[in-house]
Design a protein around this ligand. Structure first.
Ligand code: SF4
Ligand code: SF4
Length: 416
């Protein structure tokens, strides 16, 4: 199998195809600390793409509650278990020259040991129909002391880490750098667009073998029974291209991003180097959050697909759980997120201020507006201004760290 470099693992890995990278890559950051599971994103996607006959069970965008929830049910537990069976107690991270490196096996590497028939290229499983049918059922049960369900911690809870916890995990297709769906397709019906890295299924070529459904570890490729072909999230590509009539030619964020009530989502495009690493672009907000501030981490990087969805982990959840889910960068990310510097605090204001894709930001220092102590540390807050720019360098908006207060006029004392 060809060797490719996966920066999220800190090493080369095996992948069924030689590496080929797009010019730009669709990517996003979700701040889990803010998600309220209102499911507006889920419905925005459903009402745009999967409202037709045969798509009833399809939720390209979904929000599930961890640790008990999953769509399809138990997707992450199941793939982690398969990997553990293939490589018992070997799924660990090590440190090499101060850098974290994954010492275990990815779904591509573990495939050799576990798969029958041998022609399969990726370790995976095909969910039963019932596993797709009940998203969110029985999910909102906090994990109690020592993992006992339905029992709350009697001493109450307090940050930074709760004994009783759950959190909401919003998910879409990660438009992976090394897509497992694409690797598994025997008809080469799945492709990654060179202009933006969006992963699509050619509906003419697909014959519904469901190899992609089996291989995608995130279970974001789905089978449609009445057409007998597979479908998946298309990253609202007409919006991202700027060809959607609503976009007036300007690249726009996807429907799930644009509708987010909790303001947890920021999506855009990052430039790629020829070696598949993000090109240094210090003032692209996604580049800044992932590679400079390092507060946003990939979901289950150990699976090996190099997902392009990144998450700011929830602060109150036990670290071992988070490390399994987001890799070895969790402690560092949470330390930075809980004690943000001026730039990070300003960049966090970019989330959901506009539907247009932000390509770049600048940051202007403002006056000090607060001084105090937080969890034993001295903090100062400044009313800095952040300015967002679009594709052609035009200013999209500017906003400040301190939210402006608007007083309702006497004429309209009620909001409705
Ligand atoms: S998340 Fe799954 S469906 Fe999406 S690109 Fe990655 S492997 Fe393919
Ligand atoms: S719209 Fe935003 S806040 Fe609401 S469930 Fe989706 S990601 Fe969470």
């Amino acid at each position: 199998m060809p060797q490719v470099y996966n920066w999220q693992l800190g090493r080369q890995m095996e992948y069924p195809h030689p590496s080929a990278f797009p010019k730009r890559q669709f990517a996003f950051v979700f701040n889990i600390n803010r998600c309220i599971a209102c499911q507006t994103c889920t419905m925005a996607c459903k009402s745009t793409w999967t409202f037709s006959k045969g798509q009833e069970h399809m939720w390209w965008a979904n929000v599930e509650t961890k640790p008990y929830g999953g769509y399809p049910q138990f997707w992450d537990i199941k793939i982690l278990k398969l990997l553990e069976e293939a490589n018992p107690e070997g799924q660990v991270w090590s440190r090499k020259n101060g850098q974290a490196q994954f010492a275990g096996q990815t779904i591509f590497e573990a495939a050799k040991k576990k798969l029958t028939p041998e022609s399969s290229r990726v370790l995976g499983y095909l969910p039963e129909d019932t596993e797709w049918n009940y998203p969110n059922i029985y999910e909102d049960n906090p994990k109690g002391p020592k993992g006992r369900m339905n029992e709350l911690d009697k001493d109450g809870v307090e940050l930074p880490v709760h004994k009783t916890w759950f959190f909401y995990l919003a998910r879409i297709c990660n438009h992976c750098t090394y897509p497992a769906c694409l690797a598994a397709c025997p008809r080469n019906a799945i492709y990654k667009r060179p202009e933006d890295g969006i992963v699509l299924i050619d509906q003419e070529e697909c014959r519904g073998y469901r190899k992609c459904v089996e291989a995608c570890p995130y279970k974001k490729a789905m089978y449609r029974g009445n057409t007998r072909i597979s479908e998946k999230c298309v990253a609202c590509y007409p919006r991202v291209e700027g060809s959607d009539p609503e976009s007036n030619g300007k690249p726009m964020e996807t429907r799930c991003m644009a509708s987010c009530i909790g303001q947890i989502r920021l999506q855009g495009l990052v430039n790629m180097n020829e070696d598949g690493i993000w090109e240094e672009d210090r003032y692209n907000p996604l580049y800044y959050l992932v590679h400079v501030a390092k507060v946003a981490l990939p979901l289950y990087p150990q699976l090996g697909t190099a997902p392009n969805g990144y998450y700011i982990p929830p602060r109150w959840v036990p670290r071992d759980y988070l490390q399994q889910m987001f890799g070895p960068g969790v402690d560092e990310a949470l330390e930075r997120y809980a004690n943000p510097d001026r730039e990070l605090l300003a960049v966090m204001q970019l989330f959901r201020r506009s539907n247009l894709i932000i390509y770049k930001y600048t940051f202007e220092e403002g006056p000090k507006i607060y001084e105090g102590t937080l969890r034993g540390k001295k903090v100062s807050v400044y009313d800095d201004t952040i300015i967002a720019y679009g594709k052609d360098g035009e200013e999209i908006f500017r906003t400040t760290v301190e939210e402006p207060v608007f007083e309702r006029s006497q004429e309209h004392p009620n909001s409705i």
